[in-house]
Design a protein around this ligand. Structure first.
Ligand code: SAM
Ligand code: DTB
Ligand code: SF4
Length: 328
């Protein structure tokens, strides 16, 4: 039977004052080792202390600049090295706006614009700030994910009214160079710090299914939870295996292991929105319901992610209806 060692405390180390709780990897791993029902119960308790357990936030995604990325992230179709996606130019502002209007009409409350860049050039950033201003004026929350930021760029995004910047830690710092070699885990932390300093909310999470171990998963969750403060939004992606990428044939993560990761994120980041992100299209309704029970309270909504398809709004609304979930 799965039991926890009594020596492992499941609460953040007392040495850290309230509000700066630090989770050790072993503490998070001990959460993973709980019997599933105990873990789910605990996650649901934490969830109910901080959120309406029946409300799920919806963000729409768009790829404003697709493909041709100089980075070598082994999971990504948009790296120029893997030839799995055609390279496209930065979208016109008007086309981005009409996609935002459509997403709003379908019920999305946040519009996330992603670009396949190592980081934005100044001219590109100017166009993106214009997109942010226009999308905001539709009454939607805004999020962008543009890669690494240089000094001063986060302030420009903040001036344009940006609400969230997405920059995932993606995987354990110790596993990072098995997946990405063109930038470092510490570079990700640096950009997140710049985003924070500019007063923009942080969206940062990771991907499962990169060949990582449970210890790596627990470490990734701990590294996210130990950001000070933790990200307001935590996307947990399940790898969408894309032909042509080095991880195309990687073994799938067990469903319960994925659910345990959602629960661990919920427990360690009680006030963050945990987003059930990429990979949802391939999940059964029952699996998604279990993820919501484990504390996921946000999704990517609408028919497309960046280069791959998503679960689709009609299926989502039907599922919300069946589960009595309130879309927000
Ligand atoms: N270039 C920017 C960056 O790397 O931050 C923004 C775009 S990048 C595609 C955003 C995130 O999408 C990645 O950090 C990764 O977590 C996720 N992602 C990319 N490809 C994926 C895939 N095939 N399956 C699941 N998640 C993926
Ligand atoms: C995040 O964590 N997942 C989104 C978003 N942030 C930018 C991206 C998912 C991409 C899935 C693969 C694709 O469509 O290319
Ligand atoms: Fe480029 Fe982002 Fe894809 Fe990495 S994840 S290859 S940085 S678009």
């Amino acid at each position: 039977m799965n039991t926890i060692s009594p020596a492992v405390s499941l609460t953040p180390a007392a040495a850290f004052p309230a509000g700066t709780a630090k989770w050790t990897v072993s503490q998070v791993e001990a959460l993973y080792q709980l019997p599933l029902m105990d873990l789910l119960f605990r996650a649901q308790q934490v969830h109910r202390e901080h959120f309406d357990p029946n409300a799920v936030q919806r963000s729409a995604l768009i790829s404003i600049k697709t493909g041709g990325c100089p980075e070598d992230c082994n999971y990504c179709s948009q790296s120029a090295r893997y030839k799995s996606t055609e390279r496209e130019a930065l979208m016109q502002i008007e086309d981005v706006l009409s996609a935002a209007r459509e997403a709003k009409a379908k019920g999305a409350t946040r519009f996330c614009m992603g670009a396949a860049w190592r980081g934005p050039k100044e001219k590109e950033l100017e166009v993106v700030t214009q997109m942010i201003r226009e999308v905001k004026s539709l009454g939607m929350e805004t999020c962008v994910t543009l890669g690494m930021l240089k000094d001063g760029q986060a302030d420009k995004l903040k001036d344009a009214g940006l609400d969230y910047y997405n920059h995932n830690l993606d995987t354990d710092s110790e596993y990072y160079d098995k997946v990405i070699t063109t930038h470092k885990h510490s570079d990700r932390i640096d950009t997140i710090a710049q985003v924070r300093q500019a007063g923009i909310k942080v969206c940062s999470g990771g991907i499962l299914g990169l060949g990582e171990s449970r210890r790596n998963r627990a470490a990734m969750v701990a590294q996210l939870a130990n950001l000070n403060p933790p990200p307001e939004s935590v996307p947990i992606n399940n790898l969408v295996a894309i032909p042509g990428t080095p991880l195309a044939a990687t073994e799938k993560v067990d469903s319960f292991e994925f659910v345990r990761t959602i629960a661990a994120a919920r427990i360690t980041m009680p006030t963050s929105f945990v987003r059930l992100s990429a990979g949802r299209e391939a999940m059964s309704d029952e699996m998604q319901a279990m993820c919501f029970f484990a504390g996921a309270n946000s999704i990517f909504y609408c028919d497309k992610l960046l280069t791959t398809s998503n679960a689709g709004t009609s299926r989502d609304l039907e599922l919300f209806d069946k589960l009595g979930l309130r879309p927000i």
